[in-house]
Design a binder for this molecule. Structure first.
Ligand SMILES: Cc1ncc(C[n+]2csc(CCOP(=O)(O)OP(=O)(O)O)c2C)c(N)n1
Ligand SMILES: [Mg+2]
Length: 329
């Protein structure tokens, strides 16, 4: 595959670059496996894959420190893996098994990890945005220097609650990075058909929130932008918006007739802008890794994903009396 040539030299070590490759590949292979398990009937209900968008979350996670928080939408498996949650527990939640993060009762869109400061997984479009500001409010109150990453899509960016949140976050100088993962589509509606402007981050200006556009297919560009945003928040200057331009390769969810875009459009991004191929190219051309090194990483990732799939099949279904636990009654 002819990956695009990077115009910049990587400003990270070879080890870091390899780590980003590894993490992006883990997300991609995990998602491919989830797609297979779905096809086999082992996963039911909604399931939204993150394939194509891997550089966004891997780049931003590289800009975080221990204790920083994250919250996102239903397209959340990549965020969970990138913040260090266990692939076994994530996959088992997808298959609705006891060993899953929500004991098999939440599924793809409803997983959480207090340990990794991951606050979901939200199925209501835009609902995670005020939650993210709330998390940042708590940190500001505690004066603990933590920052919250609040991810949402281009479609969600047209929800009213996003702007109520922008207002409060700016008013109270909350340490929150708003990450618009602009993958150009909201289900079958292109951004062009739903959104009055080409770029969305400008909307922050009305509230005094600075922001910028980021190439979401370049993990290094994402990391650099993330570091800038985090420094802004940690310095007590309030929220920051990153509009990360990315692309989803697969359908919106598992049932998507894909009539709203051409195969050629998808193919072109895959061939010319793939985020994993980009790092692969940087590693090889910079002689930071050999083909054999990358093969070894591929093999390691395959093992992790296969193990997660086995675990998610072997873990039992939740017992019947679990129906009455973890609920408000
Ligand atoms: C309040 C609400 N309205 C509609 C839906 C149905 N819905 C689910 S995802 C989605 C599209 C959102 O697109 P975007 O924010 O761009 O995120 P992406 O799926 O591209 O990651 C819609 C309309 C919903 N879940 N919640
Ligand atoms: Mg979208």
């Amino acid at each position: 595959m002819a990956a695009r040539k990077s115009t910049r030299k990587p400003n990270v070590s070879a080890e870091e670059l390899k780590e980003y490759y590894r993490e992006m590949l883990l997300i991609r292979r995990f998602e491919e496996k989830a797609g297979q398990l779905y096809g086999m009937g082992l996963i039911g209900g909604f399931c939204h894959l993150y394939i194509g968008q891997e550089a966004v979350v891997v780049g931003l996670e590289a800009a975080t420190e221990e204790g920083d928080k994250r919250v996102t939408s239903y397209r959340d498996h990549g965020h969970m893996l990138a913040c260090g949650m266990n692939p076994d527990g994530v996959m088992a939640e997808l298959t609705g098994r006891e060993g899953g993060y929500s004991k098999g009762k939440g599924g793809s869109m409803h997983m959480f990890s207090k340990e990794k400061h991951f606050y979901g997984g939200h199925g209501i479009v835009g609902a995670q945005v005020p939650i993210g500001a709330g998390l940042a409010f708590a940190d500001k109150y505690k004066e603990n220097g933590r920052v919250t990453f609040t991810y949402f899509g281009d479609g969600a960016a047209n929800q009213g609650q996003v702007y109520e949140t922008f207002n409060m976050a700016a008013l109270w100088h909350l340490p929150v990075v708003f990450v618009i993962e602009n993958n150009q589509y909201a289900m079958g509606t292109s951004q062009q058909r739903s959104t009055s402007t080409k770029d969305i981050f400008h909307r922050g200006e009305a509230f005094g929130i600075p922001g910028e556009i980021v190439d979401g297919m370049d993990v290094l560009a994402v990391k650099a932008a993330g570091e800038k945003a985090v420094a802004h928040c940690r310095a007590g200057k309030g929220p920051y918006i990153l509009e990360v331009k990315t692309y989803r390769y697969r359908g919106h969810s598992m049932s998507d007739p894909a009539k709203y875009r051409t195969r050629e459009e998808v193919q072109k991004v895959r061939e010319e802008r793939d985020p994993i191929e980009h790092v692969r190219e940087l590693l090889l051309s910079g002689k930071h890794a050999s083909e054999d090194d990358l093969k070894a990483i591929d093999k390691e990732i395959k093992q992790i994903v296969n193990k997660a799939a086995d675990f998610s099949k072997e873990s039992p279904e939740p017992a019947l009396d679990e129906l009455w636990t973890d609920i408000y009654a």
